[in-house]
Design a protein around this ligand. Structure first.
Ligand code: S3P
Length: 165
């Protein structure tokens, strides 16, 4: 089967939905941040603090094709669409599903999550919203399919995804 690559903003539910989808389809799953941490031997927050975002993007982009070769369902980090080169790569896979939600619902999920995200940590809501708005067209650009999460449960989203893939 062609891999399924989930993209979308931090906290939209890529990992939860991806895991569940892989389970339902009896396929393999990988979370982009976990894969990064395994390969680089360092946590994402610690890597970002030591080397900065530019180096982080280079490494996460380098690892993306490897993940597509090894796994069926891939939950990418929210910023995977940052580099133009990576967007080109994603587009040509024709495998990308964009999970999106309203900013309010996405933000509420993000702040309730204990997972540390250095790029939004200690940021004002307006700054997070700016990043959210800035990224929407970039996710759209790479997406073959798009699912509006509408605050629904991961189960419901997976049901819709299964119809699509
Ligand atoms: C990031 C999202 C994070 C992680 C890093 C940067 C981003 O992944 O890759 O903190 O720039 O959106 P999740 O989308 O899984 O939180």
């Amino acid at each position: 089967m062609k891999p399924i690559v989930l993209v979308g903003f931090m906290g939209v539910g890529k990992t939860t939905v991806g895991q569940l989808l892989a389970q339902r389809l009896d396929k393999t799953f990988v979370d982009g941040d976990h894969y990064f941490e395994e390969q680089l031997g360092q946590s994402v927050p610690s890597y970002l603090a030591e080397f900065g975002e530019e180096e982080f993007r280079k490494q996460e982009s380098r690892l993306l094709p490897e993940m597509l070769k090894k796994f069926d369902v891939i939950a990418t980090g929210g910023g995977i669409i940052t580099l133009e080169k990576t967007r080109q790569y994603l587009k040509q896979t024709q495998s990308v599903v964009y999970l999106f939600d309203s900013f309010e619902t996405n933000y509420a999920r993000l702040v309730a999550d204990t997972h540390v995200r250095p790029l939004v940590h200690h940021q004002r809501i307006e700054q997070v919203q700016d990043l959210f708005t800035y990224r929407q067209p970039l996710y759209d650009e790479v997406a073959d399919k798009k699912i509006y999460v509408k605050g629904r449960s991961p189960d419901k989203v997976v049901e819709e995804l299964i119809q699509l893939v």
